[in-house]
Write a protein that binds this ligand. Structure first.
Ligand code: ASP
Ligand code: MG
Length: 410
């Protein structure tokens, strides 16, 4: 007998038909002798709809009340799901975040889970019930409802799996696993059998939307194995797990891209202590997240500084940096929105030599100019012209031998 936490996303419970179907799937797992805890998202589109209503009243709605509102989406789905299970003759109990004793900090709209008291859930499991928990919500110390940030049901599921010491946290969704690259960009993308937490974090931060980033951080911290798989098939999906030695066999496990960044260059900045700090100060104060930063070696006491920000923050950043650029005596500020970041990711990079060289040559062969480069221990990213994104992804996927399924090593 295993203890399994399953999380179903909004599309998996997006209609009454689907709720009935998914209920059957849960019952099957229950009949196999497993203890089942099911975490649900709101039915597809519901959360967006609730937010839109609030914004019709006020474009900047009160955050406490917005959480009260947004959390109702999950209240609907868990109740319907429990009704479906009971109609099929199974003992079930729906629990909202506060009933499941999911305690969070105070930050409405992006609360973090502090702890979960599992007694009520385990009592229900011991009584032979299937427990259905509303995802995405918790309770703060003041006794108010909080939500965990968009897509937060993944985090609810992983946190519950950790607290309940579950054997696995299954994330059931409308894709059948994690792929070596975006299958919409390259049809040769392969489903991975497994991926390490760190690789998954890199893929997710590049916009691979299968798992919410915080859930992966949580899983890594508490060593919860995640199984990403399709709601609509029984096939094995992708295991997201702690790193094992064999994962280093290949240098590169995946190719990711992000078209959502823009580049800003500050030319001829006086090369003196404190200048970078002054330049970035207004940007950080505005809450803008800077990704890559590159400073050239200085010439005659001047240097160039280039960095990237999310496209949505481009104009605001240009304005902030142009103002402060004048103050520090920089020559000009230039910007470019038509860029993209392509990255190769793999824990094997640590032991394989020449990976960067191979990446640069592959791009050069297609005449793709590299505008910026950044590296981490398990990732190499290049900023290129946006129009070459798809070509770059495909050529890197070919170059690093990702077009064929990897042998099963687990
Ligand atoms: N319903 C919430 C959202 O749409 C949480 C989730 O789906 O995980 O963001
Ligand atoms: Mg979702």
């Amino acid at each position: 007998m295993a203890r399994i936490v399953q999380k179903y996303g909004g599309t998996s419970v997006g209609s009454i038909e689907k709720i009935k179907m998914v209920a059957e799937r849960v019952i099957e797992a229950c009949r196999e002798g497993n203890q089942m805890v099911v975490v649900l998202s709101a039915m597809a589109g519901q959360t967006d709809g609730l937010i839109a209503m609030a914004k019709e009243i006020n474009p900047d709605p009160d955050l406490r009340e917005l959480d009260v509102l947004m959390s109702t989406g999950e209240q609907v789905s868990v109740a319907l799901f429990a009704i479906a299970l009971k109609s099929l003759g199974y003992e079930a109990r729906s629990l909202l975040g506060f009933q499941a004793a999911i305690h969070t900090d105070d930050l409405y709209g992006k609360a973090r889970i502090r702890d979960i008291e599992i007694d009520r859930i385990t009592r229900n499991l011991d009584a032979g019930r299937i427990v259905i928990v509303a995802g995405f919500q918790g309770l703060n110390a003041r006794g108010d409802i909080t939500t965990l940030g968009r897509g937060g049901s993944d985090t609810t599921a992983v946190a519950l799996a950790a607290a309940l010491d579950a054997d696995v946290c299954e994330i059931l969704t409308d894709v059948d696993g994690v792929y070596t690259t975006d299958p919409n960009v390259y049809r040769k993308a392969q489903k991975m059998d497994f991926i390490s937490y760190d690789e998954m974090l890199e893929m997710a931060s590049m916009g691979a939307k299968v798992l919410e980033i915080r859930s992966v951080e949580f899983a890594k911290k508490f060593n919860v194995p995640i199984h990403v798989r399709s709601t609509f098939s029984k096939e094995r999906g992708t295991m997201v797990i702690a790193e094992i030695k064999d994962m280093e066999k290949v240098a590169v496990s995946g190719v990711a891209y992000n078209k959502n960044e823009a580049r800003i260059t500050i030319r001829k900045v006086p090369d003196q202590p404190g200048v970078a700090s002054r330049l970035f100060d207004p940007v950080f104060k505005a809450g803008i997240v800077v990704d890559m930063i590159v400073q050239n070696t200085s010439q005659d006491g001047f240097t160039d500084l280039t960095f990237t920000v999310p496209k949505g923050d481009f104009y605001k950043t240009m304005k902030l940096v142009s103002d402060v650029g004048k103050d520090v005596g920089a020559e000009t500020v230039l910007g470019d929105e038509d860029i993209a970041k392509v990255s190769i990711i793999g824990v094997g990079m640590r032991v394989h030599a020449g990976v960067a060289k191979k990446m640069f040559s592959a791009l050069a062969e297609k005449n793709i100019n590299i505008i910026m480069i950044s590296t981490s221990e398990i990732k190499i990213s290049c900023i290129i012209e946006e129009k070459y994104t798809e070509l770059a992804v495909r050529v890197l996927h070919d170059t690093f031998g990702l077009n064929h399924a990897k042998e099963e090593i687990l």
